[in-house]
Design a protein around this ligand. Structure first.
Ligand code: GDP
Ligand code: MG
Length: 443
């Protein structure tokens, strides 16, 4: 799927420092392919890739992220933006009833979604009424009545032969007299868009002036859904979309393209045939679902929380002045321990990242969670003076520290050796970067 393709792509992003044009371009080539294969509109893909590329090229890889994470972050933000930024809601009228008209092709899920929307609003304390304005299919009225009964929501209908506009208009009187503050009008669909259908919908719109015109589209139909949305929007000026059958294995194309093509936000998603409350659409959640990287994204968020710029700056200064002590080591470690494995963490330390990781690998240093807890215990068993100057720590002190931390002298020796290696490496890196303004990693 799309998620797998993208993850493969991001795995290939290597290196550190700045993201080079080549890095970004080859990654974007793959992203482009993946999106096209997911049936995202061609023009949308083109614009999307352009925006991500512009943002990613030359971006400093700092603030505790790896190059892949930086690109993932940008892709995620742009995907979210593509689908509408922040989440949309129903526009409630200050003068009830709020009138909502459902439109769409036959089988898109209008009737089902009308019921689900009614249920969602009912749960918010509203008193909705469902209006059976699909007069063409004989079973349509019955279908809505069955749904209404199941959800305990009233259904307004009129005798056979009444036209849809009259039904819609009359339903407003019903709402007034029954104190219904939301009117949800279920309309007729056709297999394809035709003039007759559009005219009827335009007539209903003109007569009842809905506050919301929601187009219901089937996500499984991909680009067709987008084309349908485009033409409905031209004629009706939609206020939002309901994307149904998101529980099926749609390739994501409709969700990704429809807002960009029509300018209409997706307001809700249908996630099954069962009559559950219609779910609000969250572009950010959908983006991370499409990326299939919920874990990575939350790690990125946490990493950013954990390292505010000031702290990074302070640490960087210490590194520059050779004042990086075991205390700093410990406080860094504590700060990031909640994030995950040491490998991930070291990759997030500003300006260090893969150089340190590689070097530590050579030294066969394994720093998993258990090891980290041991290290923490050892450092805490040292006196402040010892932590500031490891040269003080002679044989008898090592014995004392081992006893205090419930470890062995070998463990203390090992930690001190690791710390020494790290200091050496930092010195080496400092020399490598010497003269360059800002010191480590562009800080
Ligand atoms: P309408 O012709 O637009 O009113 O569509 P219906 O509401 O009658 O739905 C058509 C079919 O799609 C029905 O069998 C529904 O149960 C099914 N359906 C509607 N919404 C969803 C959804 O979100 N997921 C799934 N899997 N099926 C849905
Ligand atoms: Mg229907």
């Amino acid at each position: 799927g799309l998620a797998d393709r993208l993850q493969e792509t991001f795995k290939k992003l290597r290196g550190h420092g700045k993201l080079t044009e080549d890095d970004v371009k080859s990654a974007m080539k793959e992203v482009r392919m993946a999106l096209l294969e997911a049936d995202v509109n061609f023009k949308v893909v083109k614009d999307f890739v352009k925006r991500v590329t512009e943002r990613a090229i030359g971006q400093d890889v700092m603030e505790a992220l790896t190059p892949a994470q930086v690109v993932i972050k940008i892709v995620n933000e742009e995907l979210t933006e593509l689908m509408g930024g922040s989440q949309s809601k129903i526009n409630m009228s200050s003068q009830p009833p709020t009138i909502i008209m459902m439109a769409g092709l036959q089988g898109a899920g209008k009737t089902t979604s009308a019921g689900k929307l009614g249920l969602a609003l009912k749960k918010q304390g509203k008193r909705p009424v469902l209006v059976a304005a699909d007069i063409y299919r004989p079973a349509a009225v019955t279908q809505l009545q069955v749904i209404g009964k199941q959800l305990n929501i009233p259904v307004f209908s009129m005798e056979p032969g009444t036209d849809a506009v009259t039904i819609a208009k009359s339903s407003l009187n019903y709402a007034f007299t029954h104190a219904n503050d939301v009117v949800i009008i279920d309309t007729a669909g056709r297999l394809h868009i035709n003039e007759e259908l559009m005219q009827e919908l335009k007539d209903i719109k003109r007569e009842v002036k809905p506050h919301e015109i929601l187009l219901v589209v089937d996500a499984m139909t991909g680009q067709d859904a987008v084309n349908v949305a485009e033409s409905f929007n031209k004629d009706l000026e939609l206020t939002g979309l309901v994307l149904t059958k998101m529980d099926g294995d749609s390739r994501g194309g409709a969700a990704l393209s429809v807002k960009a093509v029509t300018g209409c936000p997706i307001k809700f998603v249908g996630m099954g045939e069962k009559l559950e409350p219609l779910q609000p659409f969250h572009p950010d959640r959908m983006a991370s679902r499409i990326l299939g990287m919920g874990d990575v994204l939350s790690l990125i968020e946490k990493a950013q929380d954990a390292f505010d710029a000031k702290e990074a700056e302070a640490l960087s200064k210490k590194l520059r002045k050779d004042e990086f002590t075991l205390d700093d080591f410990l406080s860094q470690m504590k700060q990031v321990r909640k994030l995950g494995s040491f490998e991930q963490i070291i990759g997030m330390i500003p300006g260090l990242g893969s150089q340190v990781k590689d070097a530590l690998k050579d030294k066969d240093i394994d720093l998993n969670g258990k090891e980290m807890r041991r290290i923490e215990a050892i450092i805490l068993s040292m006196t402040p003076k010892e932590r500031a100057n490891t040269k003080l720590i002679n044989g008898s002190r090592r014995k004392r520290i081992a006893m205090g931390s419930g470890t062995r002298v070998q463990d203390v020796n090992k930690l001190l050796k690791q710390f020494e290696e790290m200091q050496k490496m930092m010195k080496r890196m400092k020399k490598m970067q010497g003269g360059k303004k800002g010191g480590f990693g562009g800080l």
